[in-house]
Design a protein around this ligand. Structure first.
Ligand SMILES: [Zn+2]
Length: 235
């Protein structure tokens, strides 16, 4: 699809991935095998046993030894692409020092589901003119356990298009809550309440779609006038 020149472009590309959980680990796997040369991985979390149902590349011993998620992702990248340069940031993206490292990236993938991660990601895109995409999956059921919603989201964000703030995708109440305690922030991430969330196949759809969008846009392969649009896959 992108030939020798495109492959070289990918080798020089520096991608930033915020969140190396279920979706981020799949994005990393795809990008590494496609030949992306530089990665900047941001996540302050460690692998737990409950993560094994969805983090690609994580093993039981990683959970036992509380290995960081960025370390697991780095190992995954180097398994298929030994020449890749991987920069690990084991910190919260909301910290200025962590966010600043992402400024040098050519493309951003937001695979962390907190409102403050969305806010920082959205600001990076608009202030530093870096294209990006926000990814997520959601399963919602009512109190009786009946499924209400099963979805996989994919929102390309470009300077001047798809702003998460203008599209009301950054909930101000949740944002205020997250600023208070770490516990509250964790409680709303999926998978904390459910030991085995069935999201890996939903995550794969979001990740695959986002990586295809990245290839087409970064290598400028879209047909004239076509551009990436917001996609919500509901099942
Ligand atoms: Zn806006």
């Amino acid at each position: 699809m992108f030939g020798k020149v495109g492959q070289e472009e990918l080798a020089h590309c520096r991608v930033g991935i915020i969140g190396l959980g279920g979706i981020g680990s799949i994005v990393v796997e795809y990008l590494a095998r496609l030949g992306v040369g530089q990665f900047c991985l941001v996540d302050d979390d460690r692998v737990e046993e409950s993560n094994l149902s969805r983090i690609v590349g994580a093993s039981a011993s990683d959970a036992l030894n509380e290995v960081t998620k960025v370390t697991v992702a780095q190992r995954l990248i180097l398994q298929s692409n030994g020449r890749a340069k991987v920069h690990l940031v084991t910190d919260d993206v909301a910290k200025e020092s962590a966010a600043k490292i992402l400024i040098s990236c050519d493309y951003l993938f937001l695979a962390a589901d907190s409102m403050r991660a969305r806010l920082v990601f959205n600001a990076l895109i608009h202030q530093y003119l870096i294209p990006g995409v926000q990814l997520g999956s959601k399963i919602r059921s009512d109190s009786a356990g009946t499924l209400m919603e099963v979805m996989s989201a994919n929102r390309p964000v470009r300077p001047g298009r798809g702003c998460l703030w203008c599209n009301q995708l950054i909930d101000q109440n949740l944002l205020a809550k997250e600023a208070k305690t770490d516990e509250e922030r964790k409680a709303q991430a999926y998978g904390v309440e459910e030991p085995n969330p069935s999201v890996i196949s939903l995550n794969a759809i979001s990740a695959a779609h986002a990586v295809n969008g990245f290839l087409l846009d970064y290598l400028n392969l879209r047909p004239t006038l076509a551009h990436s649009t917001m996609n919500i896959f509901t099942f």
